[in-house]
Design a protein around this ligand. Structure first.
Ligand SMILES: *[C@@H]1O[C@H](CO)[C@@H](O)[C@H](O)[C@H]1NC(C)=O
Ligand SMILES: *[C@@H]1O[C@H](CO)[C@@H](O)[C@H](O)[C@H]1NC(C)=O
Ligand SMILES: *[C@@H]1O[C@H](CO)[C@@H](O)[C@H](O)[C@H]1NC(C)=O
Length: 336
């Protein structure tokens, strides 16, 4: 079914797919077995099947408090007005994925990079309580966390924040959290969503309401690094970047579970914010070109992936190469 949808999306009838199918039970089991982090209270989520507001914490960081966060509470104006939140500055909302939490490398490295370049309101969504359960449960919790984030964004709007100043960034399951949040915001659309290797297992192309898609913000940008395994391979945004083809990443070795490649998405992104060397990508003719060849020659158009400034560009599919180790950016392969 999934493969069929992928094929339909790509506009082809033949299915050529050498990746294990996402629902391969052996593969899924191996993902499930990946060491559990933190404390897990699964009975709670089994019993309630939903996420409580207190399971999601909104942590504000600014240059005045780059390390010690201030907690912002939904519908609690005092928590906002007594904080370092600056209404004249842009807002970046960072949302982690499965088995991660508020001080994991994603969001931590992205927060650090942004604050190094500029003073912004960085809001880290810590949904660790609902993310540190088995994958199936965590993927169910995505919708609940997304709606709580919607509630939070509606609260910010009510206090005077413009959605034109808001950029949501999510990794893995967190990419779907921000997608769902964006879709339901009252005075949307949100300006920009960046999806960092949006999670694939248990999400389908067909069910747009449950995942990130291009209707969730004015501008949706996606970086695919483990497509077909832990991340979506098919394009989901207005602009989809496929570093190194988007499925396997140099420097990751055999990477059976795909976690190394999956994490490259946020590593590329955080580097792009502070890097002087751009991640210059070339635009492919279409998704088929990339899908069948794993790369593309380019149409002559270029676009920079990530970066401090959002590069609104021509919608499309973009390909680039990176280094196998830090620093990953290679600059413009063909400067003219
Ligand atoms: C787990 O959650 C359930 C339901 O909320 C609660 O009754 C139980 O005490 C919790 N267990 C632990 C170990 O915290
Ligand atoms: C916040 O306020 C809105 C609007 O009054 C309400 O719909 C929502 O349920 C409230 N959320 C919380 C968590 O209090
Ligand atoms: C940000 O700047 C600080 C201080 O100059 C430095 O220690 C840190 O490594 C920088 N972080 C990044 C991600 O560049």
């Amino acid at each position: 079914m999934i493969l069929l949808l992928l094929a339909l999306c790509a506009g082809v009838s033949a299915i050529e797919w050498d990746a294990p199918t996402p629902y391969d039970p052996v593969w899924l089991a191996s993902v499930q077995m990946f060491p559990q982090a933190a404390t897990v209270n699964e009975t709670r989520f089994w019993n309630w099947g939903w996420v409580y507001q207190q399971d999601v914490q909104f942590r504000l960081f600014t240059r005045r408090n780059p390390f010690e966060f201030q907690v912002l509470k939904i519908n609690d104006s005092a928590s906002l007005w007594n904080s370092n939140f600056d209404f004249n500055r842009k807002v970046k909302v960072l949302t982690h994925g499965w088995l991660n939490h508020g001080d994991s490398p994603m969001p931590e490295s992205i927060k650090e990079a942004y604050l190094n370049v500029s003073d912004l309101n960085i809001i880290v969504v810590d949904w660790g309580n609902a993310a540190n359960v088995n994958y199936i449960l965590a993927s169910y919790n995505v919708a609940g966390v997304g709606r709580i984030l919607t509630d939070f964004l509606n609260f910010l709007i009510g206090e005077g924040v413009s959605m034109d100043d808001v950029h949501l960034i999510g990794h893995s399951l967190g990419a779907h959290v921000v997608g769902i949040a964006g879709a339901y915001v009252r005075k949307g659309p949100i300006d920009t969503i960046t999806g960092l290797d949006p999670a694939l297992p248990l999400f389908t192309l067909g069910n747009k309401d449950a995942r990130l898609d291009k209707h969730d913000a004015r501008h949706v940008e996606v970086i695919h690094t483990c497509g077909g395994y832990l991340g979506f391979a098919s394009p989901l945004g207005h602009i989809d970047f496929y570093p190194n083809g988007g499925t396997r990443q140099p420097g990751c070795g055999f990477d059976y579970r795909g976690l190394c490649a999956h994490n490259r998405a946020h590593m590329f992104f955080s580097e792009s914010i502070i890097s002087d060397v751009p991640f210059t990508a070339v635009r492919c003719k279409d998704y088929d070109e990339l899908y069948y060849q794993g790369s593309c020659k380019g149409t002559g158009e270029k676009l920079i992936m990530g970066g401090f400034d959002i590069h609104y560009g021509k919608d499309g599919i973009y390909y680039l190469k990176t280094n196998a180790d830090k620093p990953y950016a290679l600059g413009d392969p063909d400067p003219t």
